[in-house]
Each structure stands twice: as structure tokens, then as C-alpha cells.
Design a binder for this molecule. Structure first.
Ligand SMILES: Cc1cc2nc3c(=O)[nH]c(=O)nc-3n(C[C@H](O)[C@H](O)[C@H](O)COP(=O)(O)O)c2cc1C
Length: 202
């Protein structure tokens, strides 16, 4: 199991050009999305939404919104990971519904008060963004596990992406875009700092 997992982490690489006209099987795409859905989140609030784009003209529009990065136009599917900014408001119905799962019954009101203080003291967008990246990483690893290549795209114009997806900016923001498909190029050698330089046992 250890070597299989490490093999998947080694195999995943940022693909910069995909083979066009290679559709992803829906079952595979749903498997990848399920890995995102099962990701951990702060307070269990799942502050993400996954929008799947497969139509050629929409992929090209996302490419245009991302400094013309060719991964997006050539990808078989694109997953836009959105952060649920407005739903994190302490007074939102969503927040109450999800907090009630973690803090059922009498525990809810106290937990909501604690959350209200946390929310006021926190950069909520950055907090959501960090968590969206965890879900995105899990989806890229899951994809690599079933032989599907990916590229995380953080280089995009957020306002353009929101306009394309017809999303109200005060409600959600694009955290990361994942291009998925079958790579048209062989990966280069993995570039990573040596283990000893990164890890410090105390
Ligand atoms: C948050 C984030 C944003 C990224 N944005 C882009 C991007 O806009 N375009 C791109 O080609 N690669 C992007 N990448 C991919 C990285 O460049 C790539 O993961 C890194 O160079 C390491 O290479 P590897 O993934 O092949 O091991 C992004 C990766 C992350 C984690």
C-alpha cells in the first residue's frame, strides 16, 4: 500500500497539454469528484462547490479567462473549485444546517456563538481557499490513481471566471481550476527538494 500510494504521488504531475477528443468516462469523473466531497474541512463546513465544465466552447472561454493556458482548452473535463463565501456567514441557513450536524441539539447555539467570534476574527476567504485546495489536491491524487492526468490552474482572472459561470461574486469565488484528461506530453523529471532539507524531527 505504501509503495502504491507513493507511486501515485510520484506519477501525478502538472500536465500542460492534454490529448484532445478524449472524453472522460462519467464514472471516473464522479470517482474524482467523490474524493473531493470526502475531503476534511474546518468545522465540517465543506466550504466548496465543484462545477464541471465539458462543453468545448466553455472550456475555451475558461482558457481565455486563464491567460490562454492551453491545458484548459485541451482538457477532457474541467473542475472549477468554488469557495462558498456567503454560506460561511454565521446567519446563513447553510451554516446553521451544517453546524447542526457537528453540534446537535442543545450544543448548537453555543457552537454558533463560538463560530460567530471565529468568523469575525478570520480572513474568511483565505480560510475557504485553503480548504478548497485540500479538496483539489485529493481530486488530483484520486485522478492520478486511476491513470487520469491533471493540472491545477491558479492563474486566472477571478472576475472573468465568475462571469462565465454566472456566479454572484459576493456568494462564491473561484479557488482553483482543475484541468483533467490524458496528457499529450511525457512528464519531465520530478523536481522536489530533498527530504532531509524539508523535514525536521525534533
Ligand atoms: C495552487 C496551485 C496553482 C497552480 N497554478 C498553475 C497554473 O496556473 N498553471 C500551470 O501550468 N500550473 C499551475 N500549477 C502547477 C504547478 O506549477 C506544479 O504543480 C508544480 O510546478 C510542481 O510540478 P508537478 O505538479 O508536475 O510535480 C499550480 C499548482 C498549484 C498547487
Amino acid at each position: 500500500m505504501k509503495s502504491q500510494l507513493l507511486d501515485i504521488f510520484n506519477r501525478r504531475h502538472a500536465c500542460h497539454l492534454f490529448q484532445v477528443d478524449q472524453a472522460l468516462v462519467e464514472d471516473d469523473l464522479n470517482f474524482i469528484l467523490e474524493a473531493g466531497r470526502l475531503s476534511p474541512s474546518s468545522f465540517g463546513l465543506e466550504p466548496w462547490k465543484f462545477v464541471v465544465v465539458t462543453k468545448p466552447h466553455e472550456k475555451l472561454a475558461l482558457q481565455a479567462a486563464s491567460f490562454q493556458q492551453p491545458q484548459l482548452g485541451t482538457a477532457s473535463a474541467i473542475i472549477v473549485v468554488l469557495g462558498k463565501l456567503a454560506d460561511m456567514d454565521p446567519d446563513s441557513d447553510y451554516l446553521r444546517r451544517l453546524m447542526a450536524r457537528e453540534y446537535p441539539g442543545d450544543a448548537l447555539e453555543g457552537a454558533l456563538n463560538n463560530y460567530r467570534a471565529f468568523h469575525a476574527a478570520t480572513d474568511v476567504k483565505a480560510w475557504c481557499d485553503n480548504q478548497c485546495h485540500i479538496a483539489a489536491a485529493n481530486m488530483m491524487t484520486a485522478a492520478a490513481g486511476i491513470g487520469i492526468d491533471s493540472c491545477a490552474i491558479g492563474g486566472f482572472v477571478a472576475d472573468d471566471v465568475l462571469r462565465l459561470l454566472e456566479i454572484e461574486p459576493s456568494r462564491q469565488f473561484p479557488s482553483l481550476i482543475l484541468a483533467m484528461g490524458y496528457c499529450a506530453q511525457s512528464p519531465g523529471e520530478k523536481q522536489r527538494l530533498p527530504f532531509q532539507e524539508l523535514v525536521e524531527y525534533r
